[in-house]
Ligand binder design. Structure first.
Ligand code: ARG
Length: 555
């Protein structure tokens, strides 16, 4: 991992000076975000994170002084060409040739694995996670909340899998109240999976590439929830109210200042009782390290109660259960109507995109406009949804989501298609137009397979060291940060870090595309630039895929 080898090298010098083990220092060294001011350093060490006594309030001046002192004790070497002190940081600038070579070599070698192989993840134990998401109610329509749960859950599952964890995806259908539900038998026996398969829901799953390892339903836990009530009673946790309902006291002082109702007065179970049964069942079946539930935030109390009751029942793993909640989407309406359901979203996004594509001058003849419109439209929905903190509500706007410029999924798709086309065109692979003759260049033989990088290729024949323009350096510096961004998202399960990273990458690539032409440049330079664009495209594509977006190659 490019960033890692640099961090390691910086850490090893620091470790001698600070007399701290390099492993402790690596976490404190981060790639500097690219800024509009040119000539930013590549890495920085935050002084506060390595000072001995972080409890005492260190004054800003003190930190600056400490940074200066430390910077003076460090020396430039073959890797680091410049060391300077900033407010509370020591800044490191990597040898420029080495920067280009190491980053590009690593991206092209690791391909979709770039970033996830970083040693930032080496201390993270591989785990097994059960992730429940989507979970619509079969008797009712699939609404925007379920759509949000589906794309959020899919993202979390994708990210975990990419980082080497084992994931079980569960769709827990709300089938309670339907006649087969009352019979207390799983929906499988009644062919409802078939019903699901023919629905727009299934269609959505197939675009998004969402799949589930398990479908279960609330009705499946009808009998088991009676067992739960029995256990609660045996453990002395079930109390009867005067009305005859069954409750569990959740308060610390056992004064019923907080409680959860788990049984109706007629002895039947409730939503939470079935969830208790389902959770225990999942844990028995999968013995996972963690269980994640993805629903809107109106269910936060429900899940807190669920985890508390499990804990009271003696299941310590309840501490490893997590509710990932998201806010409300307001104002999602069709052109004509009001509330919007899944079919409407899919139809609307497709037709709006088709219309936009038809009116855009830049749109080339796209092979399958319907399919492209759908992929681009879904990207627009996902990016609009993932831009902010998941828990915040947001006002949905078709126009904002579908803008071709600005921070949208359309812009990401557009950039991806352009980078893809650029690379292909320059290699003379796909260009058939008579007007535009492909440029003949002597690429090294392996260069033609850049599109299908499998990790063995070396850049030995391409002189990437000539990538020294500020716009090229900015792209390289940004590529250095990818592992840190993945790390942040893996910690708080928020997609927004990856989203803003990819938007910045697209903006930087768009600028570089303008200022660093391939066409008309000397072959050596053209090759090096192609490598840069190819690397940007690869990282863009893998980030998009994590978010659940299928990158398009034409639009
Ligand atoms: N079907 C429920 C709803 O639409 C969501 C289920 C959430 N998951 C759970 N285990 N309770 O509101």
């Amino acid at each position: 991992m490019a960033a890692c080898s640099f961090r390691r090298s910086i850490a090893s010098q620091l470790s001698k000076v600070l007399d701290l083990p390099p492993e402790n220092l690596i976490k404190s060294i981060s790639a500097v975000p690219v800024s509009k001011k040119r000539h930013v350093a590549d890495f920085q060490l935050s002084i506060a994170s390595v000072t001995e006594d972080s409890s005492t309030d260190c004054l800003a001046q003190d930190l600056h002084l400490q940074a200066q002192k430390l910077a003076e004790r460090l020396k430039c070497d073959a890797v680091v060409r410049e060391i300077s002190a900033g407010p509370g940081t020591v800044n490191f600038t990597i040898n420029r040739e080495l920067l280009a070579k190491t980053v590009l070599q690593q991206v092209l070698k690791d391909g979709s694995q770039y970033g996830v192989k970083s040693e930032l993840f080496s201390a993270v134990p591989r785990q097994k996670a059960v992730i429940e998401f989507s979970s619509p109610n079969i008797a009712k329509k699939f609404h925007v909340g379920h759509l949000r749960s589906t794309i959020v859950g899919n993202f979390i599952a994708n990210l975990k899998v990419a980082l080497g964890h084992e994931v079980i995806r569960i769709n827990y259908l709300g089938d309670w109240g339907m006649q087969f539900g009352l019979l207390g038998v799983g929906f499988q026996h009644f062919g409802n999976k078939e019903k699901l398969k023919s629905s727009p829901l299934q269609h959505l799953f197939e675009r998004l590439g969402v799949h589930f390892d398990e479908y279960s339903g609330e009705s499946f836990y009808h009998e088991k929830s009676q067992e739960i009530l029995k256990t609660l009673e045996d453990k002395g946790l079930l109390q009867k109210t005067i009305k005859g309902t069954g409750i569990v006291d959740l308060s610390e002082k056992k004064d019923l200042s907080s409680f959860s109702t788990v049984m109706r007065s007629d002895g039947t179970s409730l939503y939470i009782t079935r969830d208790l049964a389902a959770a225990i069942d999942r844990m028995n079946k999968h013995s996972c390290d963690t269980m994640i539930y993805v629903t809107d935030k109106s269910q936060s109390n429900h899940f807190q109660h669920l985890f508390q009751i499990l804990k009271l029942m003696g299941y310590d793993w309840a501490e490893r259960c997590q509710h990932v909640s998201f806010g409300l989407v307001q104002g999602m309406k069709t052109r004509r109507g009001e509330v919007i359901f899944l079919e409407d979203v899919l139809n609307e996004v497709r037709s709006r995109m088709l219309q936009n594509m038809a009116s855009a001058k830049t749109t080339k003849e796209v092979e399958d406009p319907m399919e492209t419109a759908e992929k681009v439209g879904l990207a627009a929905l996902i990016i609009q949804d993932f831009r902010g903190l998941l828990s915040s509500d947001y006002q949905f706007s078709w126009d904002r989501a579908l803008q071709s410029r600005g921070d949208t999924g359309v812009f990401l798709q557009y950039t991806h298609a352009r980078l893809h086309r650029g690379v292909k065109f320059m290699m003379g692979i796909t260009e058939t137009s008579r007007k535009r003759k492909p440029i003949k260049m002597n690429f090294p033989p392996h260069f033609h397979s850049l599109e299908q990088m499998h990790g063995n290729e070396q850049l030995t024949d391409v002189n990437v060291a000539c990538l020294q323009e500020p716009d090229a350096i900015s792209v390289l510096q940004h590529l250095l940060r990818y592992d840190e961004v993945l790390y942040r998202s893996s910690q708080d399960l928020q997609p927004k870090h990856i989203v803003s990273y990819l938007l910045t990458l697209s903006h930087l690539a768009a600028v570089a595309h303008k200022t660093l032409p391939v066409k008309g440049s000397a072959p050596e330079l053209a090759q090096a630039r192609l490598c840069l664009f190819q690397a940007a495209r690869l990282v863009l594509a893998s980030g998009m895929k994590l978010l659940g977006i299928t990158p398009v190659t034409q639009m």
